[in-house]
Ligand binder design. Structure first.
Ligand code: FAD
Length: 461
């Protein structure tokens, strides 16, 4: 926001309550302190050079606003492996409770479905929909699609991996026995195999080399605008001529008043709801009514045992209570890495966050151990971040559609309240993405420039 406003010719001052820039874009490294409301402080003990993106960790290829800034600001990017067929899927109800590789679920399921569809086609069940030629073409395609035999039967595929890997001389590869359709259907999390079809969960995404916070630090470096850190806004108000922000300088303890033509407020709504203001009653109500989601992550430092199991990045799907296990996409084949043992959002995260931190860590360790038996003990230097307890955030993101009164509130907060403009990811259609903050900022700046332009031309005429 400040970067663009400054380049549009505005004199800007940034007030930031934290000791650092970036907000929810928060990368933790050795020695960092994690302060959560109502929880004892945690100190990050990772080895030098290791980091954990406690908030955002991946950027999809269509988030061109954010990626564009990475390019302009020279933030080097690397591939974030978001999904790989070598990742694991675990279900209490299927596969004898043992984790399987995603490639087994995906390809065995596809093979079984292709066989069923070819049977239905050959038994003339689809004659209404398909001509004789269509049927022939469909059957031919299904053979390739599902790796069927020439009799249109699925007997397993090396797409699903090997029991014995192809090797030297006469070590012939032996493909795995196919999982039965019945077993696959028992897996309540089977839909997870579609994960990377979601445009925001593409198999290969991007991440800044060295940590997500390279982006806000690059913004910081590129602007002349003063950024007051440790500046906690306590009141926002306005008269017809000017807007005012009162903040507490947490370093000196002084209360300071700032006056400006406009205030742009990107403070998350649960935090803003507690800040003194003179907003209109409907605006106050819109802010107070916003309900944020829940989300928690637990990270560990570990030896890279997962790489010996063919896993290089991506996520494995474990139990609902702890969500996914997430492997690093950097430092492949090095000695150690940061693994996320629990990343859980929504209802499950509400329950997870209610547990003591030690229990959250134990559950995350257990989730990793279930996917990678015997390796729970390898996990060290745990750190847990419950986003609803993070001061100045009080939640990971919001989904407006969760609350029926939200549509009006969303539209209202997307309009200026006199000289106050609300902005931030929560006021975009991408409330849980950094791109949301980018596009919302662009819109806010356009609203302000149009207003200032109109005021200038009416003053001239
Ligand atoms: C767990 C998690 C995972 C995520 N994963 C991804 C991902 O992989 N990719 C992605 O693109 N996005 C992801 N996101 C979303 C992304 O982090 C946010 O959408 C984005 O960072 C929001 O930016 P913002 O500027 O709107 O808000 P914020 O980053 O929250 O900025 C608001 C700022 O206001 C400051 N503030 C608050 N109160 C005051 C006060 N009283 N006075 C002064 N300053 C104050 C805060 O300190 C903060 O700096 C994730 C978020 C979380 C929490």
């Amino acid at each position: 926001m400040a970067y663009r406003l400054e380049r549009a010719g505005f004199a800007v001052t940034v007030l930031e309550a934290r000791k650092r820039v970036g907000g929810r874009n928060w990368t933790l490294r050795r020695g960092d302190k994690v302060e959560l409301d109502g929880v004892a402080e945690q100190f990050v003990q990772f080895s030098e050079g290791m980091y954990f993106n406690a908030g955002p960790a991946r950027i999809p290829s269509h988030h061109q606003g954010l990626l564009g800034y990475c390019k302009i600001l020279d933030v080097p990017l690397e591939v974030e492996v978001n999904f790989s067929n070598s990742n694991l899927l675990e279900s209490a109800k299927a596969f004898g409770g043992k984790p399987i590789q995603e490639r087994q679920a995906i390809n065995d399921f596809r093979g079984q479905i292709a066989e069923l569809l070819s049977k239905a086609t050959n038994r003339d069940a689809l004659d209404h929909e398909l001509s004789a030629d269509d049927k022939d073409r469909l059957i031919a395609f299904l053979r390739t699609y599902g790796d069927l035999t020439k009799e249109n039967i699925y007997k397993g595929s090396d797409r699903s991996g090997y029991k014995v890997l192809p090797g030297a001389f006469d070590q012939v590869g032996v493909k795995r026995d196919p999982l039965s359709l019945r077993d696959l259907l028992k897996d309540e999390a089977l839909a997870g195999m579609m994960f990377d079809e979601n445009i925001v969960m593409q198999a290969t995404m991007l991440e800044p080399v060295g940590g997500m916070d390279r982006i806000p630090y690059a913004f910081h470096k590129s602007i002349k605008t003063p950024i007051h850190l440790d500046a906690e806004v306590k009141r926002i108000s306005q008269t017809t001529d000017r807007a005012e922000a009162v903040y507490l300088d947490r370093r000196s303890g002084n209360t300071i008043e700032l006056f400006a033509d406009f205030v742009v407020c990107t403070i998350p709504l649960p935090v803003l709801a507690e800040i003194d203001n003179d907003f209109s009653a409907p605006v106050k109500q819109a802010i107070a009514g916003a309900v944020y989601d829940h989300s928690a992550k637990v990270a560990f430092e570990s030896s890279r045992f997962w790489e010996a199991e063919q896993i290089y990045g991506g996520l494995s799907f474990g139990t609902a209570a702890t969500g996914v296990v997430w492997y690093p996409s950097n430092g492949f084949q090095s000695a150690r890495g940061i693994i996320i043992g629990a990343y859980v959002s929504g209802k499950a995260a509400t329950a997870f966050e209610a547990l003591p931190i030690a229990q959250q860590i134990a559950l995350a360790r257990n989730a990793v151990d279930k996917l990678h038996p015997g390796h729970g003990v390898d996990l060290g230097s745990p750190v847990a971040v419950d986003w609803n307890k993070v001061p100045y955030s009080l939640g990971p993101w919001m989904h407006w559609q969760d609350n029926p009164t939200d549509a009006t509130a969303y539209r209202l907060l997307n309009q200026p309240e006199g000289r106050i403009y609300f902005s931030g990811a929560h006021l975009s259609q991408l409330p849980s993405w950094q791109e949301g903050a980018v596009v919302a900022a662009h819109r806010t700046i356009e609203l302000i420039t149009t207003r200032v332009g109109a005021a200038k031309s009416s003053a001239k005429s």
